[in-house]
Design a protein around this ligand. Structure first.
Ligand code: DAH
Length: 331
């Protein structure tokens, strides 16, 4: 039978050799479990004389206490190691940055919209906005489209089922913002109003039922057609860069007199139709409470989406809204 001191030495050796908590649990079973040499030594006590049994019993108890102490100390050591390893494995470096982070960016139309605002703000204009759901009055009436006027038919209007039939609609252009601005502030006025417009159109390469326009309005004393032409020219140079120029062609809009279409000429000499413009009609001034004898003004409006197509060389308007990141990511 093993001496108690030997049992302690052996337990110490095995505990030190255990590298993990699991291994240590096995050591504990081996050195102090039911089938351990220690348990055998205990059973053997029964066959001893009372004197010898007491002495041997005390020695075994002391050995058991030492073994337990050794195992507990080693357990604490291994637990600390395990915890340190776990912390190291779960460590997150919150300052770590991927080498090529994938960034999104603004949509082509949003970029164009913001650049247009920048150009006009740089020319001293303020940015105004109006509602997308508009009344018949602001979209047509205040802009000198009398009820039943054929010009209304040019705008394939989407009416909203609200109030009296035909009184509420999705604005077909940004021009109603002109009337809202003039009603809300005394001249002089220098504003641009970019925004979403709606028409009952079938989507094709050059039309979308939802599209964007930017409106411009100037009201001041002594404003002439020359100011309009000069402004369009300055805008063209600022937005498209040197090598581009503009021209006005006579046209018709109920809210301007005279009215014109404006085209821009590209460096290769080709012309491109961009939008409408003209001198604010006296009837529009009157509808908005401004005295046309004292104030003159000009207005213009053109499509933002079409401008984005020109600027980025895209040939189908629908591509802008299919939301394919492989397409949009190019711009
Ligand atoms: N609102 C017109 C349209 O969508 C464009 C336009 C023409 C705006 C002449 C103007 C303007 O401000 O003066 O067809």
């Amino acid at each position: 039978m093993a001496e108690p001191e030997q049992l302690v030495v052996e337990a110490e050796r095995q505990a030190a050799a255990a590298a993990t908590l699991d291994e240590l649990r096995a050591v504990r079973v081996a050195v102090s479990g039911k089938r351990s040499p220690l348990a055998d030594a205990r059973k053997a006590l029964g066959g001893l004389e009372p004197e010898a049994r007491r002495a041997a019993g005390q020695a075994l108890n002391a050995a058991m206490a030492s073994i337990d102490e050794i195992l507990t100390a080693r357990e604490a050591e291994l637990a600390a190691v395990a915890r340190a390893e776990q912390l190291a494995a779960e460590r997150l470096d919150l300052t770590e940055v991927a080498e090529h982070p994938a960034h999104g960016h603004l949509h082509v139309v949003t970029q164009t919209w913001q650049e247009l605002e920048d150009v006009f703000v740089g020319m001293g204009y303020r940015v105004a906005e109006g509602p997308e759901i508009e009344s018949e009055w602001y979209n047509f009436g205040a802009l000198n489209f009398p009820p039943g006027h054929p010009a209304r038919d040019m705008y394939d209007t989407l009416y909203v089922d609200y109030g009296e039939p035909g009184t509420t609609l999705l604005r077909t252009h940004t021009s109603p913002v002109q009337a809202r601005v003039m009603e809300g502030q005394a001249p002089p006025v220098y504003v641009v109003a970019p925004g979403r417009c709606f028409r009952q159109d079938t989507a094709d390469a050059t039309h979308m039922p939802v599209f964007h326009q930017i409106e411009g309005l100037v009201v001041d004393r002594g404003i002439s057609l020359g100011d309009l032409a000069g402004t369009i020219e300055a805008f063209t140079a600022a937005y498209f860069g040197p090598g581009f120029s503009s021209r006005l062609r006579p046209s018709y809009f109920p809210f301007t007199e005279p009215s014109a279409e404006f085209d821009i000429q590209r460096p290769d000499g080709t012309w491109l139709e961009l939008g409408g413009c003209g001198m604010v009609h006296p009837k529009v001034f009157e509808a908005c409470g401004i005295d046309p004898e004292q104030w003159q003004g000009f207005a213009f409006g053109f499509g933002i989406d079409r401008l984005a197509l020109i600027r980025f060389g895209i040939d189908d308007l629908r591509e802008l809204w299919t939301n394919d990141v492989r397409f949009l990511g190019q711009f």
